[in-house]
Write a protein of this length. Structure first.
Length: 169
């Protein structure tokens, strides 16, 4: 199964966190690596003006269907975080379970830098992989302050510990 087709515990934890902790009403937000669109759909349902992005065209089609099935309006666009060609800035950037390969860490930091408007916040959810530590070091080196929120996703199996990192300039 492709990575985008999995509903990862980090995306469910981030979606829950948005509903409990973050004011989304009227916020312009972008999600990187949206996959099936869980986080984007929740953000849009909470009143955000959301652009869901993924590298996979198949994922984008699925997000359209998922948004329609949930009666949620959002925009969908292909985006490669290694080469961001997005002409806009957003108040909020969202991403779940994207810190799984070292080669992606600097491109994700660069994408956040390009897409986040001054004063904005990026929320990155990760299931406490060691790769996240390297990401946080890169974030600090690139002028971001980081605050971590510990969560636990209790799905059908064993509970998964998830950290949600808020990055700001």
């Amino acid at each position: 199964m492709p990575y985008w087709a999995e509903i990862w515990p980090s995306s469910l934890a981030l979606a829950s966190f948005l509903g409990e902790e973050v004011q989304m009403q009227g916020v312009r937000a972008i999600e990187l690596g949206a996959g099936v669109g869980v986080v984007s759909i929740v953000a849009a349902a909470l009143g955000g003006a959301v652009l869901a992005t993924d590298y996979s065209s198949e994922a984008l089609r699925f997000i359209h269907c998922n948004a329609y099935a949930n009666a949620v309006g959002l925009r969908v666009q292909r985006l490669d975080w290694r080469n961001v060609m997005q002409p806009g800035k957003f108040e909020m950037l969202l991403a779940a379970d994207v810190l799984y390969e070292r080669v992606n860490l600097l491109p994700i930091i660069t994408a956040i830098d390009q897409l986040l408007e001054p004063g904005g916040s990026a929320y990155i959810a990760d299931p406490r992989r060691r790769m996240a530590e390297q990401f946080l070091e890169l974030a600090a080196e690139n002028g971001f302050s980081v605050k971590a929120y510990a969560r636990e996703h209790c799905g059908s199996g064993k509970p998964v510990s998830v950290n949600i990192y808020r990055l700001r300039r």
